[in-house]
Ligand binder design. Structure first.
Ligand SMILES: Cc1cc2nc3c(=O)[nH]c(=O)nc-3n(C[C@H](O)[C@H](O)[C@H](O)COP(=O)(O)O)c2cc1C
Length: 313
């Protein structure tokens, strides 16, 4: 029997001044610039595309090997390889004009000035970007990235500087590689961020016993995929308990149930990362399956289930 359209749950959500059709987005660095998806994938069905981290100048990234598969996940040390903001503006922004999905531009820098310059360059030319995700959590670069994400004062200064220069959505992307993710989240909130996203990758290492070789050029890289879902869920739940701004949950999502778990933990939206490498169409599939999943639950809308996990204490 066909389900009546009116029974489909409402997946729309508002974050800052932006309305998203659904809470299922693709994560930075795992969907390119959003323009390379195979023809079979309808990117306009996605709640949003978070584009890969953009720096002021183009970057080659780290030498290979920079990706290795691990049990239930992968380790990467791409090192923010990207085309730089000038090319992003020239080549990517015009393509985004033709998409109806929301584009969130992820920005990375080595100091506050670099983040500001990138944001100002984009602000001055285009309105196609719905918002910015600020990468203060990349474990794979020598300078910048993580230096912000582990320090409350730096996080607050950076957030404030960007907030005063744009009315668009600002999402600070948090690292799990800290002793207290909540204090970094709170610093972001107090300095005016619209939302935080959590988590970026978890520092990891891979070794082949037989050869005695480390499998990543930079020795350590960022672990992602199903192996880190429990870390992501705990981070989101802790943040939800202490923050009033929305949380975007990331880490190890491969199914509609994973999406629901993140929402129950406190995420208002989620991002799918590593799973895109196995199947670039997986996020679109998960959106359809999440619709059906929701229709069978007591929740009338995705928003209603945010933070509603039953804990034992
Ligand atoms: C190959 C690869 C490249 C990534 N590049 C970026 C990046 O450029 N900027 C960023 O903020 N996060 C980057 N990430 C982190 C993801 O956006 C995401 O936070 C992380 O992988 C956890 O989600 P997942 O387990 O679903 O992959 C990258 C992850 C992978 C696997």
């Amino acid at each position: 029997m066909k389900r009546r359209i009116s029974n489909l749950p409402n997946l729309k959500l508002t974050m800052g001044n932006v309305e998203f059709d659904n809470p299922i987005w693709v994560a930075s660095g795992t969907f390119g610039y959003g323009t390379e998806a195979p023809e079979l994938v309808d990117v306009n069905k996605l709640g949003a595309i978070v584009t890969k981290s953009i720096t002021r100048k183009p970057r080659e990234g780290n030498p290979p090997p920079r990706i290795v598969e691990t049990s239930s996940g992968m380790i990467n040390s791409i090192g923010l390889a990207n085309i730089g903001v000038e090319k992003y503006i020239q080549k990517m922004l015009p393509v985004y004009e033709s998409l109806s999905t929301k584009i969130i531009m992820n920005i990375a820098g080595t100091d506050i000035q670099e983040y500001i310059e990138i944001l100002e360059m984009v602000e001055s030319v285009s309105s196609v970007i719905a918002g910015y995700e600020i990468n203060i959590s990349c474990p794979n670069v020598k300078k910048g990235g993580m230096e912000f994400g582990v320090d409350c004062d730096m996080t607050a200064k950076l957030t404030e500087a960007l907030r005063s220069r744009t009315d668009r959505l600002i999402i600070m992307k948090l690292s799990p590689n800290v002793s207290d993710i909540v204090s970094i989240g709170k610093a972001s909130e107090d300095a005016g961020a619209d939302a935080v996203s959590a988590i970026n990758t978890v520092v990891g290492m891979s070794i082949t016993a037989k050869t005695g070789m480390s499998n990543i050029y930079t020795t350590y890289g960022g672990l992602s995929g199903p192996a880190i879902k429990p870390v992501g869920l705990a981070a989101v739940h802790k943040l939800y308990n202490k923050l009033s701004i929305p949380i975007v949950g990331i880490g190890g999502i491969v199914s509609e149930e994973d999406v629901a778990e993140y929402m129950l933990a406190g995420a208002k939206a989620v991002q799918i990362g590593t799973a895109n490498f196995r199947n670039p169409g997986i996020s679109e599939d998960i959106i359809s399956r999440f619709n059906l999943f929701m229709a069978k639950t007591k929740w009338g809308s995705a928003d209603e289930m945010v933070g509603q996990v039953n804990t034992h204490s």
